[in-house]
Design a binder for this molecule. Structure first.
Ligand SMILES: [Zn+2]
Length: 83
């Protein structure tokens, strides 16, 4: 089994695993992964990703696995859109 998360690096709080959506950039493109198991500090919200999870994600991107779905992402230039 995977080792439990150690206490938060920043504040010493308890880190608990949650399934969250997470964006990754790879070769200049944006990818979204849903239900990623990530350790989240209950105290400060710091997020920790296990090396194994990061490796799995790298692998999925490397083998060009077919995504569950593809979404379009709106892109804005902040400076030109100040109301
Ligand atoms: Zn913390």
């Amino acid at each position: 089994m995977e080792k439990e998360y150690s206490d938060c690096y920043y504040c010493g709080g308890v880190v608990k695993e949650r399934l969250v959506p997470r964006e990754f950039r790879w070769k200049g493109k944006l990818f979204v992964f849903e239900n990623v198991p990530i350790g989240v500090c209950a105290q400060c919200g710091e997020k920790v990703i296990k090396p194994k999870v990061a490796k799995d994600i790298d692998h999925i991107l490397e083998v060009n696995k077919k995504p569950t779905k593809t979404i379009q992402v709106p892109v804005y230039q902040y400076e030109q859109n100040i109301a």
